[in-house]
Design a protein around this ligand. Structure first.
Ligand code: SF4
Length: 317
């Protein structure tokens, strides 16, 4: 019989050979260590070596890593295998943010780690660690499959040192969302001031796009006892939650239902009048009362902030 630790409760004899005592950390870490699911993701020549590591000769499934998944939501290991260009780092960070915790990053090869032969290139990121927290670096150009396997084993050793009491992802209010880098005109940095500047530029562009095309009242029609307003969207998809129509003549407002999205190049018909009826999936019924009848009666379309986006006067039928 094993010696009883001092102060421990006695274990009944009949269960001593059937009970295994261990720590929560050991169970968690063993599960994580031998079920690392890498993302099916490659960037350049290093990715070929990553692929080779999965073949029969090297067989990374021996370490529980054969389940390469095509969706970041099913992965917990991101292998940066190849040259990271400035254009590509944006989706890489987005993919990383889509992975669930706990998640790990292996920087494979000279390019991913520091730019490699393309360091100082106008289009190459000089190290993925500037954007993502890297757990293991695998040197080489390219690293051999054996080197990558060694990187996996090193990562497994790191996971075994973690504790559920100290890992950040079990803490309240913890968020590991990485700011997505913005590729702007000659600006590329995640420094807050640079990101702010690029956001300003993007906002200006978006406003210009909106000015060029957007939502507008295209028609006000009366068909017998049914009258309707046609709103067309010639800009980007627009969530119309909080948007409303206001009839100047009837001094009545119609609010769009929450979550109603008007897609680009689509239109919505908002009906009023005693025979107001829905005729299509994009139709909305405003009221059974007439909201305008006379020539010159006006309808205003207002966004969620109350700004008048479009104004239209009934021209008479
Ligand atoms: S480190 Fe070498 S092998 Fe790997 S992507 Fe860069 S150039 Fe290709």
């Amino acid at each position: 019989m094993a010696e009883q630790p001092q102060g421990a409760a006695p274990v009944p004899e009949e269960v001593q050979s059937n009970v295994l005592l261990t720590t929560v950390d050991w169970i968690y870490n063993t599960g994580r260590t031998f079920s690392l699911w890498p993302m099916t993701f490659g960037l350049a020549c290093c990715a070929i070596e990553f692929i080779v590591a999965g073949t029969a000769r090297y067989d990374m499934s021996r370490f529980g890593m054969e389940v390469a998944r095509p969706s970041p939501r099913q992965c917990d290991l991101l292998i940066i295998s190849g040259t990271v260009t400035k254009k590509m780092v944006v989706p890489i960070v987005r993919l990383y943010n889509q992975m669930a915790e706990p998640r790990y990053v292996v920087s494979m090869g000279a390019c991913a780690t520091g730019g490699g032969p393309f360091k100082e290139g106008y289009n190459v990121v000089s190290g993925i660690d500037k954007y993502l927290p890297v757990d293991v670096y695998v040197p080489g150009c390219p690293p051999t499959p054996e080197a990558l396997l060694h990187g996996f084993i090193t990562l497994q050793q790191k996971i075994r040192t973690q504790s559920v009491r100290t890992v950040p992802w079990y803490r309240k209010a913890y968020s590991s969302v990485v700011p997505i880098p913005v590729l702007g005109p000659d600006i590329f940095s995640t420094r807050p001031e640079a990101v702010k500047r690029v956001q300003e530029i993007n906002m200006q562009r978006m406003m210009a796009t909106r000015a060029a095309g957007g939502l507008a009242i295209a028609e006000m029609q009366i068909l017998g006892a049914d009258e309707f307003i046609v709103i067309r969207n010639s800009g980007l998809a627009q969530d119309m939650t909080g948007w409303r129509l206001h009839s100047g003549a009837g001094d009545q407002s119609y609010s769009f239902p929450a979550g109603f999205v008007l897609m680009p190049d689509a239109e919505v018909r908002v009906h009023s009048g005693p025979e107001a009826a829905v005729a299509g999936p994009n139709d909305q019924v405003w009221t059974k009362r007439h909201m305008w009848r006379n020539e010159g009666d006006t309808a205003n379309l207002m966004d969620a902030d109350g700004n008048v986006v479009s104004s239209f006067s009934h021209q008479g039928n």
